[in-house]
Write a protein that binds this ligand. Structure first.
Ligand SMILES: *Cc1c(COP(=O)(O)O)cnc(C)c1O
Length: 411
């Protein structure tokens, strides 16, 4: 019996059989057969310090040996430290508030409840979301995710969700007096690292303020320093009413957060929300150690610099039409819908990336990557792209081949 047989027999039939990974160190992981992979997906924008980082290992070990979990009848020093840290990094000032949860979907569930508490008293229950959005897989967050393939099997979902196109005009047209909140990702990771048009968030801020609605940002993927700023909204120069986090915040330890700003901080009151595991001492200690290390080592400077270096270099590879994203959240737009082939060719060569759409490759490597990782990545991805470009016949084959060989010769 192979491990694939075990997985097929024992695991829910939802995929996840690319390899049996057994060990990691820095930006590399190993499978059960001893094959080594360069991990440029980072557990989908999670392993911001890479694998088995001493800071992570030490924080888990020390806190596990001290106090791992208490009920939410009690506070813990690490929880207080983390809440204060997140407020400082988000720039909420005094009146910000933090709730610690266990995942992105769970943080976004709470964001939906925040919208209800805000709109409820005046009967406003419309929540605006943006085409291409991904906010999670629970019933509530699925309701915010317009993609039919994710949603259709589970209808009926929450009512009152309205999808706007990714344009300022569409946003303006949809933002009527029934709206209690707009929930939006500053960069849509699952859609293929798709950026909002210039001015979208600034206009969203104005409209939300005018209409007394909440602007809630889903920074589950873009937050915790991924874009080179602590939060992507800081790049847009706006202040939201609430922001959600997860993925990189615990560098691999499951943790999520909702941070509120200003008057939105007064909406929840005792009895309206809680979580058994959320913000327990173990999770809090890990997040404090991770975020503290990123600050102490000024790793966000590396995120910005390596991101720019990667985007420049990748743009010159075969099959690449361009790149999107910020910092170390990068979408590589292919000239052909061959992302699944490229992902597989990369895997064969020992490189982990993913294909969120049929023509986009996404990378979200550790904030700690250096020259070695960048060089190896470009070699492996370049080889994978060249192999796919060579073998895959496409309708534009002749034109493409001419363009590609020109490009390859010029390097
Ligand atoms: C991953 C993701 C989620 C869901 O987070 P989970 O931890 O998987 O529940 C929600 N929103 C965005 C933007 C994400 O990238």
């Amino acid at each position: 019996m192979s491990w694939q047989d075990d997985a097929a027999r024992d695991l829910m039939g939802l995929g996840g059989r690319l390899a049996l990974l057994t060990r990691g160190e820095g930006s590399w992981v190993w499978d059960a057969d001893g094959n080594r992979y360069l991990d440029f997906l980072g557990g989908i924008a999670v392993n911001c310090l890479g694998h088995a980082h001493p800071v992570f290992v030490d924080a888990v070990s020390r806190q596990a040996a001290t106090l791992a979990h208490v009920s939410n009848y009690f506070a813990s020093p690490g929880q207080l430290e983390l809440a204060a840290r997140l407020k400082r990094l988000a720039g909420t000032g005094e009146d910000g508030r933090v709730f610690l949860a266990n995942s992105g979907a769970e943080a976004n569930e709470m964001a939906i409840k925040l919208a209800r508490l805000h709109g409820g008293p005046t009967g406003r229950s419309t929540i605006l979301v943006v085409e291409g959005a991904f906010h999670g897989r629970t019933m509530g967050t699925l309701s915010l995710t317009p993609k039919p393939a994710y949603r259709d099997p589970f209808e009926p979902v929450l009512p009152g969700i309205r999808t706007v196109q990714r344009t300022v005009e569409s946003l303006e047209a949809a933002f009527d007096e029934t709206v209690s909140a707009l929930i939006v990702e500053p960069i849509q990771g699952e859609a293929g690292v798709v950026e909002l048009p210039a001015g979208f968030l600034a206009r969203a801020r104005e409209l939300a303020t005018e209409r007394d609605a909440l602007l809630i940002l889903d920074e589950v993927q873009t937050g915790s320093g991924r874009t080179g700023e602590w939060f992507a909204f800081q790049r847009a120069g706006i202040v939201p009413d609430a922001v959600t986090l997860a993925k990189s915040i615990g560098a691999g330890f499951p943790l999520g957060a909702l941070i509120t700003f200003g008057a939105a901080s007064e909406l929840f009151y005792p009895g309206t929300h809680n979580s058994t595991f959320g913000g327990n001492p173990l999770a809090s200690a890990v997040a404090n150690a991770v975020l503290g290390h990123i600050e102490d080592e000024r790793l966000l400077e590396n995120v910005t610099a390596r991101g720019a270096q990667l985007r420049d270099a990748v743009a010159a590879l075969p099959l690449v039409a361009g790149t999107r994203g910020a910092g170390l959240l990068i979408g590589i737009q292919l000239t052909e819908p061959l992302a699944a082939d490229v992902r597989a060719a990369a895997h064969e060569r020992g490189l982990i990336v993913n294909a969120p759409t049929d023509d986009v490759i996404r990378i979200a490597p550790a904030y700690t990557i250096g020259d070695d990782e960048v060089t190896e990545f470009l070699t492996l991805l370049g080889a994978a792209l060249a192999a796919v470009a060579e073998t895959a016949p496409t309708p534009t084959e002749n034109v493409k081949c001419a363009v590609l060989s020109d490009r390859m010769e010029s390097k």
